[in-house]
Design a protein around this ligand. Structure first.
Ligand code: DAH
Length: 366
């Protein structure tokens, strides 16, 4: 019996002495665990006479409940003081100023693509895409540049290993192959057959073996294509005049259409915009100089035929322009290579707010 009262006072003492939840759990194990002191008492019951067992067993159960209740009370006290301590140590000072957040900006190339898309979007063009890794047929042959044609030398091509079936593969040298990919699309052909028209722009990456202040091995172009039954050279001129005036934000910007040669257009024209130079600085607008900014023309009947359409029914115009080049001209960026240097100071200087989406009504540039 004295054993019982010793064990009782030791057990309750350990519970009330526990200074935190971990110590309390250790006390619980020491009393009620497999090898605990109270558990030890229940093991002695088996050897007792029935009368004694009933009496002692009841006392042991009583003790067990008493200890469990004490554990519960102590646990409540310790948890609330642990929470109070945590609240004090993790106090948040809401009056502190916020940490400065670095604000990102849009790269001028992305910005200019969006500006170009905003202008052509108003004229009913949609944005089309194609693969950077292109087969020789879409990049050249479909566009009226057959194998061994001297025009292939106009572009210094990166050749990739041929496909398993022998198809030659290149990094696309221009965005023009998307013309072919689009005209060959069955839905597009159906729309044209139903009397509709095709108007796309294709902003994207292009690749040529070239590297100096005005050439990088990867650069960006935007292709344009209009196909229907009636579009003529006058539409080409009107469309490009409107585009250039809107893009450079000069209402009376003079344009010059110069006869040129491209295998995929006939007739072909290069387009220059008027400009002047003052103290080494370029001004876009009226002046005595011209800057070439794009190539264009009426889509060659061979291209229309190669793309599964009848050139006796369908016609239209196409154009191609360097995104990087028009970005440099519009925003006075002197070196093409700086576009791709990932220099944060440059990006902060020439970057654009991501929250100001360019539009003809809301403003295109900064
Ligand atoms: N693909 C030509 C180039 O990369 C640019 C071009 C010129 C595209 C005339 C056209 C076009 O669609 O009609 O140099």
């Amino acid at each position: 019996m004295s054993d019982l009262s010793t064990i009782r006072s030791e057990a309750l003492g350990a519970v009330s002495a526990a200074a935190d939840l971990a110590a309390l759990d250790a006390a619980r194990v020491a009393v009620l665990g497999k090898k605990g002191s109270v558990t030890g008492l229940t093991k002695t019951l088996g050897a007792m006479a029935p009368e004694q067992r009933r009496e002692f067993g009841a006392k042991v159960n009583e003790l067990k409940s008493e200890v469990e209740a004490a554990l519960e009370v102590r646990k409540g006290t310790l948890s609330s003081s642990a929470l109070a301590a945590k609240l004090v140590s993790e106090k948040v000072d809401v009056s502190l100023p916020t940490r400065p957040e670095g604000q990102g900006s849009l790269h001028p190339i992305g910005q200019v693509m969006d500006e170009v898309a905003a202008i052509f979007g108003e004229m009913g063009f949609t944005w089309a895409d194609g693969p950077d890794i292109e087969d020789d047929w879409h990049n050249f042959t479909a566009l009226n540049i057959p194998p061994d044609h001297p025009a292939r030398q106009m572009q210094d091509t990166f050749y990739l290993p041929s496909r398993a079936d022998g198809t030659p593969v290149v990094l696309r040298t221009h965005t023009s192959p998307v013309q072919a990919r689009t005209m060959l699309n069955k839905n597009v052909q159906k729309r044209l057959a139903d009397g509709g028209s095709l108007r796309i722009i294709v902003p994207g990456r292009t690749y040529r073996i070239d590297s100096d202040a005005t050439h990088t091995p990867m650069f960006h172009q935007v292709e344009g294509l209009v196909i229907d039954r009636a579009t003529h050279m006058g539409h080409l001129k009107g469309c490009l005049v409107d585009f250039c005036r809107a893009f450079f934000e000069v209402d009376d910007l003079p344009l010059r259409f110069r006869p040129s040669y491209f295998p995929f257009t006939e007739p072909s024209a290069e387009v220059d915009i008027g400009c002047s130079w003052k103290d080494g600085e370029l001004r876009i607008g009226a002046g005595d100089s011209w800057l070439e900014i794009l190539g264009s023309g009426m889509v060659h009947p061979n291209v229309i035929r190669n793309c599964g359409l009848d050139p006796a029914i369908y016609q239209g115009f196409a154009f191609g322009m360097g995104i990087d080049r028009i970005a440099m001209l519009k925003y006075g960026i002197p070196d093409l290579r700086s576009f791709f240097d990932s220099d944060l100071r440059w990006l902060r200087h020439y970057g654009f707010s991501a929250l100001e989406w360019p539009s003809l009504t809301g403003g295109l540039g900064r």
